[in-house]
Design a protein around this ligand. Structure first.
Ligand SMILES: *Cc1c(COP(=O)(O)O)cnc(C)c1O
Length: 398
């Protein structure tokens, strides 16, 4: 059966807002329009109550306490607040930060910024499977290190880092541990206690909530983490993040977290099956298709494949009724191969020929089969048009 087109399979970039989340948010845009900071009337009290309820919903999903949740405008802000906030507050303790090469730009660019103001940053390499080496981490930490920032799961290749081990090393060495958990939250179980996490970034629009809202988990005991605020003002969020709270967004984030907590186990199992169905169909239908990153330590909803002999952008255009992403970063005017794939030592031409598939809550089996079929027929067609690929092809039998 042909699915309704176009098919959306780019759920690492953003997700559709769950109808149950929209339903929870709507009253906040109509009758409950109070400011959560208004202390002297019913409108304010109601808004505050809803915000505190959402704080509990977010906290429960990661085994935190509600007081440890700071609402932000999204994970870019959470990453900035975590890293710059620690850097500024603990500057007297040291000026060294450890991160790794396949982080999101929201972490890498913050580190680049801090390097300009006197911080030293170590960017750990990753192995071909996309994971850091824990011995590299141990060696990188010095008496001047104040923070380790390693993402939970990667947004391009879905590779999950050894987070609990990293948390343990950070704790042993008395260093704070921040993780950008945007892609992991709601897909795999995340537990700040089990994993030894001190700071953790969340974004609502990656888990079927609205855009422009997120949260930062900030540990309050063992140790109590302190942050220099990045935004000064009315002293909201315990003075760490001033600004009138985005009540509809926060309520949406809370509802989205509650749904993930209830449905994550079943949903992830279902997406795992669909993802493997997509992978098996593509690998059976095409030669010279290679998976990027570990299949073992990977989010259940991610697939990243390089198709030798094909330009990623030509492939994307060829399958224009399917929404996926290519391995070329279109963040800049020039077309650069993805820094993540390059960090895995994927050759530049193969990095340009790679596609990221991000499955999500609303994808069906029909859609998965349709995407596999379209990718296979389009890669075959493009390869037939490519004299270079035809010439380089090993002569096999026929
Ligand atoms: C999307 C994303 C971000 C940025 O989140 P926003 O809420 O869009 O600012 C940060 N890190 C990772 C890993 C992401 O996937």
């Amino acid at each position: 059966m042909a699915p309704k087109l176009p098919v959306y399979m780019d759920n690492h970039a953003s997700t559709r807002v769950d109808p149950r989340v929209i339903e929870a948010m709507l009253p906040l845009l109509s009758e409950n329009y109070g400011n959560a900071a208004s202390r002297n009337h019913e409108f304010g009290w109601k808004a505050e109550e809803l915000v505190e309820n959402a704080r509990g919903q977010v906290a429960r999903l990661i085994n935190a306490s509600p007081k440890e949740i700071v609402f932000t405008s999204g994970a870019t802000e959470s990453d900035n607040l975590a890293i710059k906030g620690v850097a500024e507050f603990y500057r007297d303790k040291g000026n060294h930060i450890v991160t790794q090469t396949t982080e999101h730009r929201a972490v890498l660019d913050v580190c680049k910024h801090l390097e300009k103001s006197g911080f030293d940053v170590t960017y750990l390499p990753v192995a071909r499977n996309g994971r850091i080496d824990l011995d590299d981490l141990r060696r990188a930490i010095t008496p001047k290190t104040i923070l380790v920032s390693i993402m939970y799961a990667n947004n391009e290749i879905g590779v999950v880092q050894p987070i609990a081990e990293i948390g343990k090393i950070a704790k042993e060495r008395g260093v704070l541990f921040h993780t950008d958990a945007v892609q992991a939250i709601g897909k795999i179980p995340v537990d700040v206690e089990r994993d030894g996490i001190d700071l953790l970034s969340i974004s609502a629009h990656k888990l079927y909530g609205p855009k422009g809202v997120g949260a930062l988990y900030v540990r309050r005991k063992n140790p109590r983490v302190q942050l220099a605020p990045m935004i000064d003002g009315g002293g909201h969020e315990r003075g760490v993040r001033s600004g009138t709270l985005n009540v509809p967004g926060i309520v949406g984030l809370g509802k989205a977290c509650e749904i993930c907590q209830k449905e994550m186990a079943d949903e992830s199992a279902r997406l795992h099956v669909l993802r493997d169905r997509l992978k098996d169909a593509i690998l059976a239908g095409l030669s010279d298709a290679t998976i990027n990153g570990s299949m073992e330590h990977r989010l259940p909803n991610n697939l990243n494949v390089s198709f030798a002999g094909v330009e990623g952008d030509a492939l994307l255009m060829g399958i224009n009724d399917v929404a996926v992403s290519s391995g070329s970063a279109c963040t800049s005017a020039t077309l650069e191969p993805s820094h993540v794939l390059r960090a895995l030592d994927v050759p530049e031409d193969l990095a340009h020929s790679s596609i990221r598939f991000g499955l999500g809550r609303f994808n069906t089996e029909e859609e998965t089969d349709y995407v596999a079929k379209r990718v296979i027929e389009t890669v075959k067609r493009l390869r037939e048009l490519s004299p270079l690929y035809e010439a380089a092809k090993p002569r096999s039998g026929s």
